[in-house]
Design a protein around this ligand. Structure first.
Ligand code: COA
Length: 218
């Protein structure tokens, strides 16, 4: 039985995180050390990693946004301020998932679930209304000649096609809200597109402000 631990990201994790990200997405440019350091300075509470038997095995990075600023249209580059998270807004009510990945050799063992559970804990601890993310559609390139990204995503929701990312997110209780075209043009597998997904925090109290505690227990 493997020992799985979700914890907050530390500066010392940065080299291993970059190495892992390069293995996960060989075709997409990875984060820079500088941006990762900046993310940790701006919003350390939102940055999570998962360890498997003491080895770094995945991460989930988030920022807070005022969703109305972005709901109409956005790309990954815009909403994350080119990966710096300078767009992080502590006045917002939405935890925005900017990235999640698990070591390719450790998939299907519950690590992604552990990271998502960590994100849900962050959302509850900060009294945020919801988690929103734009998920990759890595299976789309196999069907791009026959159908639009919308129809592809709908077929995944209907259970007629399997997508490794959207399928996982639906299984985690997220609702599919539509496709954002040209979200991440470098993501060739997804045709650059992404699925907009949301999870609502049932414990959210609109009477209380958003709180960002120094320490959040995971
Ligand atoms: C998406 C990703 C993070 C999932 O991580 P993972 O560790 O393999 O997922 P888990 O093993 O925790 O799966 C959790 C649950 O979802 C289910 N699941 C996983 N993939 C699924 C799929 N494609 N369809 C339906 N259910 C799925 C699992 O069966 C598991 O359910 P269970 O707890 O009932 O057994 C991982 O595949 C990944 O890193 N992908 C590449 C990076 C990427 O594209 N990230 C998305 C950026 S938007």
């Amino acid at each position: 039985m493997k020992r799985v631990v979700v914890r907050h990201t530390e500066k010392d994790d940065i080299p291993a995180l970059i190495e892992l990200q390069q293995r996960v997405y060989p075709q997409i440019p990875s984060w820079s050390r500088r941006n990762l350091r900046h993310q940790l300075e701006l919003f350390p509470q939102g940055q999570l990693v998962v360890e498997c038997d003491g080895e770094l095995a995945g991460c989930a990075s988030s920022l807070i946004v005022l969703w109305d600023d972005w709901a109409g249209e956005h790309t990954w580059r815009e909403i994350t301020a080119a990966g710096t998270f300078d767009s992080h807004n502590p006045e917002g009510r939405t935890l925005y998932g900017a990235e999640v990945f698990v070591d390719p050799t450790l998939r299907g063992a519950g690590l992604g679930h552990a990271l998502y559970e960590g994100r849900r804990r962050l959302c509850r601890a900060m009294n945020l209304k919801r988690i929103i993310a734009c998920g990759r559609l890595p299976g789309y390139h196999r069907h791009a000649a026959e159908m639009s990204p919308e129809l592809y995503a709908q077929k995944v929701v209907w259970g007629d096609l399997r997508d490794p990312v959207l399928g996982f997110q639906l299984h985690e209780g997220f609702s599919y809200c539509g496709v954002i075209e040209n979200y991440l043009p470098e993501d060739v597998e997804s045709g650059g597109h992404a699925s907009l997904i949301v999870w609502l925090n049932q414990d959210y109290d609109p009477e209380r402000p958003t709180v960002i505690p120094e320490e959040i227990e995971l």
